[in-house]
Design a protein around this ligand. Structure first.
Ligand code: RIB
Ligand code: CA
Length: 318
């Protein structure tokens, strides 16, 4: 029988909101998840890998391979975001070590191989610094033939950055990588802070999840507690606002789930790689240089519909 699910690679730095996103993808049953490719990001590569394996174990999906990728950005020292995710990247949840092990091979090589072997072009959901995807583009400059789009949680256009004045974490963590991907010829869907800031997860949004006793719902509720405790406090990345928390990667995953929830615009986009604005996503809304648009910029979203669907899928999908 024909498999109508979308072939998908998730490039990730798990991460509280990475976990909430990956569980959603798995719960939906709509995607043929070919691999989790792990990058440096919220915490170091080793920790992120352990977390990827932990969450697949909780979801009962040992069949999905986890490939380790870049330990550091292409040109810069590594940065991280423990302040937003805890020292273990999972909200200091002290979960047991996974039994699963990473699969053989570098994430960038596997991205190329998986994309080429797929009967249909693969989608890449990139919810961490995008080093692995950039390395894959360098390994195979023709990757655009095999990848239909990269949905990227990154960028800040009409809103402030969450790591510098103008940059979001996933871009400033490796601006050169982001620019390589933006110029690769693969259409980039930029679901950045302009969208994430429209997503407010309130404590009541987790009520339904708390009523369902499964390894996944327990996993999420435990991690989310870490964020909920930060509400009203001083969190440098605005992960905890006065009455709600951010789960930024869930916003990007919402686009994968249903683009109809979004308002978008095709524009020419670059990533600044120099000076104190490094990591800024520069979108040329007037197309001053008369170039082919390469970025589908998401500017608006029905976040209530997305959060409702997220909660429903997680409550019913496992
Ligand atoms: O914004 C910091 C980090 O939190 C990013 O990796 C983002 O994807 C989220 O996980
Ligand atoms: Ca992430």
């Amino acid at each position: 029988m024909e498999d109508n699910r979308t072939p998908l690679i998730i490039d990730t730095d798990p991460g509280i909101d990475d976990a909430a996103s990956i569980f959603w993808v798995l719960a939906s049953g709509r995607f043929d998840v070919k691999a989790l490719t792990v990058t440096h990001g919220n915490v170091g590569l080793e920790r992120c890998t352990i977390n990827a394996l932990r969450l697949l174990e909780a979801a009962g999906r040992p069949d999905i391979p986890v490939y380790q990728g870049a330990k550091a950005p292409i040109l810069r020292p590594r940065i991280s975001a423990e302040f937003a995710h805890g020292t273990d990247g999972m909200g200091d949840s002290e979960m047991p070590m996974p039994q699963l092990k990473p699969a053989e091979g570098h994430a960038a090589c596997r991205i190329v191989e998986i994309a080429k072997a797929s009967a249909r072009p693969v989608t890449i959901l990139a919810i961490g610094p995008i080093t692995n995807v950039a390395l894959a583009v360098l390994l195979e400059p023709d990757l655009k033939r095999y990848v239909d789009r990269v949905i990227f949680m990154g960028g800040a256009v009409r809103v402030p950055g969450n790591f510098t004045a103008v940059a979001s974490f996933n871009v400033v963590a490796d601006p050169e990588a982001a620019q390589i991907v933006y110029q690769s010829g693969i259409p980039v869907v930029q679901v950045g802070l302009d969208i994430c800031n429209q997503f407010s997860f309130r404590p009541a949004d987790f009520d339904a999840l708390q009523q369902v006793d499964s390894p996944v719902t327990r996993f999420i509720c435990q991690m989310v507690q870490f964020r909920l405790r930060q509400i009203g406090g001083v969190a440098a990345e605005s992960v905890a606002r006065s009455d709600s928390i951010a789960l930024n990667d869930v916003a990007a995953t919402s686009y994968l789930m249903n683009p109809d929830w979004f308002t978008t615009e095709m524009v020419v986009g670059d990533v600044e790689t120099a000076g104190r604005c490094a990591g800024q996503t520069v979108l040329d809304f007037a197309n001053r240089e008369n170039r082919e648009p390469n970025v589908c910029f998401a500017s608006g979203v029905d976040s209530h519909a997305a959060i409702r669907q997220w909660s429903w899928d997680l409550c019913h999908g496992f």
